[in-house]
Design a protein around this ligand. Sequence first.
Ligand SMILES: NC(=O)c1ccc[n+]([C@@H]2O[C@H](COP(=O)([O-])OP(=O)(O)OC[C@H]3O[C@@H](n4cnc5c(N)ncnc54)[C@H](O)[C@@H]3O)[C@@H](O)[C@H]2O)c1
Length: 326
Amino acid sequence: MILVCGGAGYIGSHCVEILKKEGYDVVVFDNLVYGHEEFTEDVEFFKGDLADISDIRRCFSKYNIDCVMHFSAYCYVGESVKSPEKYYYNNVVGTLNLLKVMIENDVLDFIFSSTCATYGEPEFMPMDEKHRQSPVNPYGNSKLMIEMVLKDYERAYGLRSIIFRYFNAAGASLSGRSGEWHEPETHLIPLILDVAAGKRESITIFGEDYDTKDGTCVRDYVHVLDIAKAHVLGFELLKKEKSSNHFNLGSEEGFSVLEIIRMCENITGNKIDIKKGNRREGDPPVLIADSTKAKNVLGWQKEYSDIETVLSSAWDWHKRLQEKYK
Ligand SMILES: NC(=O)c1ccc[n+]([C@@H]2O[C@H](COP(=O)([O-])OP(=O)(O)OC[C@H]3O[C@@H](n4cnc5c(N)ncnc54)[C@H](O)[C@@H]3O)[C@@H](O)[C@H]2O)c1
């Protein structure tokens, strides 16, 4: 059975959907601090907190777990700067608790959600896995710390891991099972769609004088279902090779903030009002992944990460969410 920690959250819930489709037995572990119980209705669910090691132990006693996919974390960069302790406790100590119980139970296969934020200021573009890792905020630090822990744990305890460094996860399940539903929301696409849906007055563009095609920041949006598919391939690789590896997951294409806004106007048929804001500290002008390694080693093929599918699936989910839950 695969334990999906954080499976009630955005990316974890999509991973659960794909794993179930592929015939895997899955149990979700989540404290629902940011997750949604609605995303666990058709799957085995254990409510627990990684901060409480006895919750994790009870979960491992109850289920016959042979691999852990770990999506649980706090992910707000700005908040991590203001409250680093909160981030180090949840993202680092929580993960150490989880790894401890895995080792106690001789469960030695681990898949970890890391981030392009571990790279810090870009030194070349597109960024591959050889790029220097030098995060510029506590969120990125907390993820890099776990990457380092995993190297040491493999050597000492034989714990094998696949580390995925995601760029911007976006889009939603085509089945309508789940989608992006963060509260508070900080990601660009759902914020723009809020404006399109009349829930928010305008979208603020932070900086229009970058050295990019139209002056606004350029990002790489990878469909959440493609991320989920990579996890299945990562699991198969772990079982076959019994050794650790790490991969970037990105669409390898860059779109500016302004381009995304214009495309959202086309898809939704609604005008999106824009406000001008100042640049945000630590926002690089361009972030684009080189995912060649995932393609070559895992055989990862992106199926959904063209920008039209990303935006239209996000919009379908957004409308559904408004009708059903809000
Ligand atoms: N969303 C992105 O674009 C993106 C990009 C790079 C990396 N990541 C990483 O991917 C992972 C998933 O991101 P997401 O966007 O799905 O976030 P999310 O907040 O939607 O999901 C995280 C889940 O973990 C749960 N959780 C948090 N702390 C917990 C704890 N102590 N015990 C049990 N459950 C806990 C939350 O309730 C939530 O359901 C995170 O680790 C994040 O750092 C996300």
